[in-house]
Design a protein around this ligand. Structure first.
Ligand code: GLY
Length: 405
């Protein structure tokens, strides 16, 4: 863990502006719909009321995962599930928008049983789990305890990095030699940039950059769609297989995976200002927005190559992630592209806020968004609400509102 003071000084100058204060800036010439901005304000109020329903029956130390409208039953998880950070994260975003202390107090309550995950070295999802939760909590109120927890989380995540492969391991595998990396893993890198900024230890930054560079090299096809899973040889770093786990086929474009890539490379550009990451994010955006299978409401089918299109199920979670990513990406591109990205994100948000995807108050078990697909090949979480759809939906609305200012 060598330190280079002058390099770090310029690095932290970038990071102070970008990682901590990622408020969304409007480009000159880009407009937001005034009427829709009013809808957005109302959405935050409605969402706060809806989350009070979700919190009502939540067992202590359990985290909301999904709800099955056909049986009327919730599915909850422990703190170790990859989605445990989204419920506190959504509550914190909603508290910021509504100033409703009941939402903040619920977030603080549920952060307690999540704390222990800072030492979890068995998952690559610590960015989702700890940064969406404690990262937002620290942004609202800086506390040494949050800082220590996030640093410990970054340390735990870093133990999964293999320098021969140049990646953080996603899933542990009993088959040897196998080192599995999924595109989703791009979402855990923001935590590492944060850790370098606050500690001055560049090793986290270097791991994030190396992981992203290896991902550009091996995860993408010539059209900038991405594979879901790459299997590397852990000793040599050689790619052994490119395949899917949650998509329709090894060669298909699983919608949420594409969304994770778009969001991940947008964050990479924010944190490093390296133009190769901006270029990657723009190419991914182009693949998504010009795809003949993207429906007019811009809520993708669960896989861009799903069998049965146009009758295949949509994945509203993918639209929420894409909308949030595009609203950040528009800041870094020229006005024509910015207009395209804001327009597409607005269409996605209008769709998600419409009765086609937004649950009626008091329904959907207290979740906000309907019609998501978790894991089609495993036949789990199909056409249901998902906690991360709500999180990125509210984050995207927040970003849209910031653009309107
Ligand atoms: N990271 C798992 C998923 O997107 O379903």
């Amino acid at each position: 863990m060598k330190r280079n003071i002058s390099w770090l000084r310029s690095l932290s100058a970038i990071l102070v502006i970008t990682v901590i204060a990622c408020s969304t800036q409007k480009k000159a010439g880009v407009t937001t719909g005034k009427a829709f901005l009013k809808t957005v304000e109302q959405e935050f109020i409605d969402a706060g009321a809806q989350y009070k329903i979700l919190m009502k029956d939540l067992p202590a130390d359990r985290f909301p995962k999904t709800y099955f409208p056909t049986t009327g039953k919730h599915e909850y998880s422990g703190s170790g599930w990859w989605c445990s950070g989204f419920y506190p994260g959504t509550l914190l975003y909603l508290y910021e928008q509504t100033k409703d202390m009941a939402l903040y107090n619920e977030a603080l309550r549920i952060l307690e049983p999540l704390k222990k995950e800072q030492y979890n070295k068995t998952t690559h999802d610590l960015g989702f789990m700890m940064f969406c939760s404690f990262g937002n909590a620290a942004r609202i109120q800086s506390k040494p305890e949050y800082k220590d927890m996030l640093i410990n989380s970054a340390k735990s995540l870093s133990t999964r990095f293999n320098p021969r492969v140049g990646c953080i391991k996603s899933w542990d595998s009993k088959k040897q030699p196998e080192f599995l990396v999924i595109i989703d893993n791009m979402m855990n890198l923001e935590l590492l940039f944060w850790a370098t900024q606050v500690t001055g230890d560049s090793s986290y930054y270097k791991i994030a950059v190396t992981h992203a560079n290896t991902t550009i090299k091996n995860h993408f096809r010539p059209d900038y769609s991405s594979y879901h899973v790459i299997d590397y040889n852990p000793e040599t770093g050689v790619v052994q297989q490119k395949r899917t786990a949650q998509g329709a086929a090894d060669e298909s474009a699983w919608a949420r995976g594409q969304a994770w890539g778009l969001y991940g490379f947008t964050v990479m550009y924010r944190a490093t200002k390296d133009p190769q990451y901006l270029s990657q994010a723009n190419h991914i955006a182009h693949f998504l927005l010009s795809h003949p299978n993207l429906p007019a409401d811009k809520v993708p089918y669960w896989d861009f190559n799903a069998p049965g299109i146009p009758n295949a199920l949509r994945d509203a979670s993918a639209a929420a992630i894409m909308a949030s990513a595009l609203l950040e990406l528009q800041q870094y591109v020229d006005t024509a592209k910015a207009k395209e990205y804001v327009g597409a994100a607005e269409t996605m948000l209008r769709s998600l806020s419409s009765p086609a995807y937004k649950a009626k108050p008091g329904t959907n078990g207290g979740f906000l968004i309907e019609h998501c697909v978790g894991h089609m090949p495993q036949k789990t979480e199909i056409d249901v609400p998902l906690t991360y759809a709500d999180y990125y939906y509210i984050e995207a609305l927040k970003r849209y509102k910031e653009l309107g200012k």
